[in-house]
Design a protein around this ligand. Structure first.
Ligand code: GLA
Length: 392
């Protein structure tokens, strides 16, 4: 074999290793909106028409994403979560939406979403039932469900894991990956598998996940509170040696939705979630009411510096560098063009706190090292997102 054939082979191997599902999607962390955290399993369209899980809700959010500047910033996936289904499959064995809440069907909703330059995501569960008790996708239904989603024009699948056991999961998650590939329709594949196995090796095989899924939920569901955000940050940081190397273009850890704009976070706490999600290369999937968003919260979610850090093409997940006794944590993410992003997170609960440090003291390049000849950071990233005062 000549040397060019060998290098061709090498390139091919690299490509197939670094892109889950082999379809080139999710080269940077997916961005968009998902119903779950904010709208849950509200199926009461009689008493709560505005907020129930229905095609009207998703059309409203598609309008907002396309008309309020979100799409241009990269927020392109509109994702249906649990509770969209009828409690029985149709005569052909296909999943079907509840016709009272989705009278036009999913294919029509997908057209509506595509016409606005957006993409549609949907939810299914690798087990007998979804977490809220709707029809699941056991092993023998994987093929038909993948085909159904493709025929509707779906672009993204969140595959949950309630009511399945580890053996079924080990078979089912790779099987769905192959079934999505076989449809010929490029779809982003989000796997909840690790979250059902405790999220860590040896139970979780992150190399395999990187080959079959584009992103995966590692840990517990986010709730609308700062405690929940802090708990998630703590778990991901405490386990960064196992998690951080798993991430890269086409394969992302998912600490769950952005809850900015709901009821649980102050403006400073919302800034902290955005900054941490940016530096951890996390999917930026909001779950809030885009029809009714506080302007401060909108500004945080639309912060171009945070988004460009999150979407950095090198796709290296950041790490916690320091945990100070003072309650200040320091995070660092290396970016392309020899740039870096640093986040200083205050977990203090007393008052704004002045924290002094020096870049030389942080010594953050020791982790990855920068070649002496590297040019200085040359990008538009550097401008600050948070005020000088520490956030809490
Ligand atoms: C699980 C998932 C959540 C959501 C619900 C829906 O708890 O982790 O993100 O999809 O199921 O029932």
């Amino acid at each position: 074999m000549g040397s060019s054939a060998v290098s061709g082979l090498l390139v091919l191997l690299l490509v197939s290793v670094s892109y889950g599902l082999d379809n080139g999607l999710a080269g940077t962390p997916p961005m968009g909106w998902m119903a779950w955290e904010r709208f849950r399993c509200n199926t009461d369209c009689i008493d709560d028409l505005q907020n129930c899980i229905s095609e009207a809700l998703f059309r409203d959010m598609a309008d907002r994403l396309s008309e309020d500047g979100w799409r241009e910033l990269g927020y392109e996936y509109l994702i249906i979560d649990d509770c969209w289904m009828l409690d029985q499959r149709d005569k052909e064995g296909r999943l079907q939406p509840d016709p009272s809440r989705f009278p036009g069907g999913i294919a029509k909703l997908a057209r509506y979403v595509h016409d606005r330059g957006l993409k549609l995501g949907i939810y299914a569960d690798m087990g007998s039932h979804t977490c809220m008790g709707f029809p699941g996708t056991p092993l023998h239904k994987i093929q038909i469900d993948a085909q159904t989603f493709a025929s509707w024009g779906v672009d993204y699948l969140k595959f949950d894991g309630c009511y399945s056991n580890p053996v079924e999961q080990m078979l089912g998650y790779p099987m769905m990956s192959a079934a999505l590939n076989d449809t010929g329709r490029p779809m982003v594949y989000s796997c909840s598998w690790p979250a059902y196995l405790g999220g860590l090796p040896p139970n979780v095989n992150y190399s395999l996940l990187g080959e079959i899924c584009h992103l995966w939920r590692n840990y517990d569901d986010i709730e609308d509170s700062w405690d929940s955000v802090q708990d998630i940050i703590q778990w991901f940081s405490d386990n960064q040696d196992d998690l951080q190397p798993a991430a890269g273009p086409g394969r992302w850890n998912d600490p769950d939705m952005l809850i900015i704009g709901n009821f649980g976070l102050s403006v400073d706490q919302a800034r902290s979630q955005m900054a941490l999600w940016a530096v951890m290369a996390s999917p930026l999937i909001m779950s809030n009411d885009l029809r009714n968003l506080d302007p401060n919260m909108r500004a945080i979610l639309q912060n171009k510096v945070a988004i460009s850090i999150n979407q950095d093409p090198m796709g290296v997940q950041g790490r916690r560098l320091l945990q100070k006794k003072s309650g200040i944590d320091v995070y660092w993410r290396p970016l392309s063009n020899s740039c870096s992003a640093l986040v200083f997170l205050s977990r203090r609960t007393d008052m704004p706190y002045l924290y002094h440090t020096y870049l030389s003291k942080l010594n953050y390049e020791r982790l990855f090292g920068r070649p002496r000849s590297a040019p200085p950071c040359a990008s538009s990233h550097h401008s600050r997102m948070t005020p000088q005062r520490e956030t809490r």
